[in-house]
Design a protein around this ligand. Structure first.
Ligand code: BGC
Length: 608
């Protein structure tokens, strides 16, 4: 029974794999106070493997879920002033860019991913003045700002939709997709968030159905309409003129639809991605966007999702196509299952993506975001003896791979899944609607509760654990979602004091990556592919070679690698104490290579 949840598209963030699986422009701050033009890299002049250096390749992006980061006004919801109060914390991490989930006006059906005014700030989060202060504060600290742009759909409370639904001949009618009811029922389209999984919603006002791939309150915008596209570019210009340094295009691969609305084969929803991603004219829209926006503003661009295959991914980001900068693919975050996962699959996914982008194009590296449960609970081991070690090990992975790291807030502390027992504790509409859907069809709800304890998005959305005061120092009020009860022991204040904490380890790793371009641009080589518990790889660039060894298991492990360790220098380890006894056998390498011992969840980096 449990298994069946994997064949239902619970959320597309994991479903895609579960199912068979800047500056110098008007309005920008003066260059001296900012990190510099978009493509200026601190390693300019180097020409890595056909990839030209760029700031967004060298960036370390830290993702903030604003609703849960820090509440300033005591209403229980994180806000911009809260983030402003933590600017020095952000600086202390060493990260170079911040991506904020949507902060626009929104009725919050989907926590801001349902926008009712693209040129305003959500009232719970603050004001435009707060935004200006935040942006300035980030730039003063040499941190760039990436804006979430949600334009596959708007809120049903957006003025465009109010107009659109008001009559069939309203000028805004074609801003959305409508199907007049006299034509009968529209061909079935799967909805990711709808309680019946039906993406067409009947609206009696004009006797027609509108399309919503996500919730009923998130009607899909019609990108075939040039007037709509013009509006979107206007919105992008508005924010780019304010000085934002990048856009993350939410669910963008879904914007283009075949509006002849062909019937899809029965059961297509099990693999809906193949039918929804990269629809007709998507690349035309991106090239138009490039011409309108990206060619004028030195901003970085990343679309959520990277298409159906590697060709799609390349077509989105190969520089000569003049579309986007970075691919953000879900394959990596879809590896873990409630029953565990195989390291071989993890290695295979990351090696495959690395090799496909070794010479051309650029990818993102991440193990978590706001659509995923916590990294340490999914990929590591969040039981007390291993939580810190395994979270530091995963941090080592993210910050030593090629591609731009997108690191999710709270993971630097090793924050864990909350694992709610009661459905009433969940807040995410996607989970609540799916719960109802499963119940309606008579699913085994105990098994379902187990499933969401492992996978629900709310696991990754509990308040940031700042200290051991009530509500983890997140709010003086009642938080919008419960704080993880482990905050008295797991919090930033405690970790500040411990030089070996996950937080301080994250800082060290960030500094190491920033100092060594080999971690950004270097060739990657997987050395011990068959090893079921150790991930061993080298990164090599311009005469510099680093060896990264990661033990993904709770027991001692050994790796045998074809590397001469005779002059290897240990750069970093996630253990406080030195290895007891002899760690390396045959350092010069014999026929079996050098054999290196690792402790549970140990991560070590050698300079070769
Ligand atoms: C976002 C989700 C959101 C969905 C609908 C996704 O790509 O990351 O958080 O629920 O788009 O906007």
């Amino acid at each position: 029974m449990k298994k069946s949840f994997f064949f239902i598209c619970f959320t597309f963030f994991s479903c895609s794999l579960i199912v068979p699986a800047v500056f110098g422009q008007a309005g920008r701050p003066p260059a001296t106070k900012t990190p510099g033009p978009a493509n200026r890299s601190s390693h300019a002049g180097l020409q890595p493997d056909g990839n030209k250096p760029a700031w967004w390749k060298e960036a370390i992006v830290y993702q903030i879920y604003p609703r849960s980061f820090k509440d300033h006004d005591g209403d229980g919801i994180g806000d911009l002033k809260g983030i402003i109060s933590k600017l020095d914390y952000l600086k202390s991490l060493g990260i170079t860019a911040v991506w904020l989930n949507p902060i626009y006006s929104s009725p919050n059906d989907d926590n801001g991913y349902d926008i009712s005014d693209y040129r305003n700030i959500m009232k719970e989060f603050g004001t435009m003045e707060d935004f200006n202060v935040l942006l300035k504060g980030l730039h003063e600290r040499h941190i760039r700002f990436v804006m979430d742009l949600v334009v596959n759909h708007s809120s049903d409370e957006h003025e465009w939709f109010r107009q659109s639904r008001s009559s069939r001949d309203n000028p805004y009618r074609n801003y959305y997709h409508w199907w007049n009811a006299e034509r009968g029922k529209p061909p079935y389209r799967y909805s990711l968030f709808d309680v019946n999984h039906d993406a067409w919603r009947y609206d009696s006002l004009t006797d027609a159905y509108y399309l919503h791939y996500f919730s009923r309150k998130q009607p899909d915008l019609n990108w075939e309409n040039p007037a709509l596209r013009k509006e979107i570019y206007g919105i992008m210009r508005f924010w780019a003129d304010k000085g934002v340094d990048g856009f993350r295009l939410d669910a963008f691969q879904f914007v283009a639809k075949d509006t002849t609305w062909p019937k899809f084969p029965d059961g297509f929803e099990k693999d809906f991605f193949q039918y929804y991603a990269i629809g007709p004219h998507l690349h035309d829209y991106l090239r138009e966007m490039y011409g309108q926006i990206f060619s004028h503003y030195p901003v970085m661009s990343v679309a959520e999702g990277a298409g159906r295959n590697m060709q799609d991914a390349h077509d989105l980001v190969d520089a000569d196509r003049k579309e986007l900068n970075l691919a953000y693919a879900f394959d990596g975050v879809s590896v873990p299952r409630p029953e565990g996962y195989k390291l071989s699959e993890f290695k295979e996914v990351f090696s495959r993506w690395d090799s496909a982008f070794a010479d051309k194009g650029w990818i993102s590296i991440f193990l978590a975001n706001h659509d995923q449960a916590r990294m340490v609970s999914r990929f590591g081991n969040d039981s007390p003896p291993f939580r810190e070690l395994s979270s530091k090990m995963l941090t080592t992975f993210i910050l030593t791979m090629r591609g731009t790291p997108f690191y999710y807030n709270g993971d630097e502390l090793g924050m864990t899944n909350i694992r709610f027992d009661k459905i009433e504790d969940y807040r995410d509409m996607a989970t609540l609607n799916d719960y109802q859907y499963q119940k309606n069809k008579g699913a085994d709800m105990a098994a379902y509760m187990d499933f969401i304890r492992f996978s629900a998005r709310d696991n990754g959305r509990t308040p940031f654990q700042w200290d051991s005061s009530p509500q983890a120092g997140f709010t003086a009020g009642e938080p919008w979602i419960k704080v993880n009860p482990n905050y008295p022991v797991l919090n930033a204040a405690a970790q500040e004091k411990d030089p070996a904490s996950p937080l301080n380890y994250f800082r060290k790793m960030v500094a190491l990556r920033k100092k060594n371009p080999v971690f950004v641009y270097g060739r990657y080589l997987d050395l011990d592919r068959e090893n079921p518990v150790v991930y061993a790889y080298t990164r090599e660039y311009r005469g510099q070679k680093m060896l990264v060894l990661l033990n993904f298991s709770a027991t001692d492990a050994k790796t045998a690698i074809p590397v001469n360790m005779a002059n290897a220098k240990l750069i970093l380890s996630n253990y406080k104490d030195v290895f007891p006894g002899k760690r390396i056998e045959a350092p010069g390498g014999d026929r079996a290579g050098a054999r290196i011992m690792l402790r549970p969840y140990e991560a070590i980096i050698y300079k070769l």
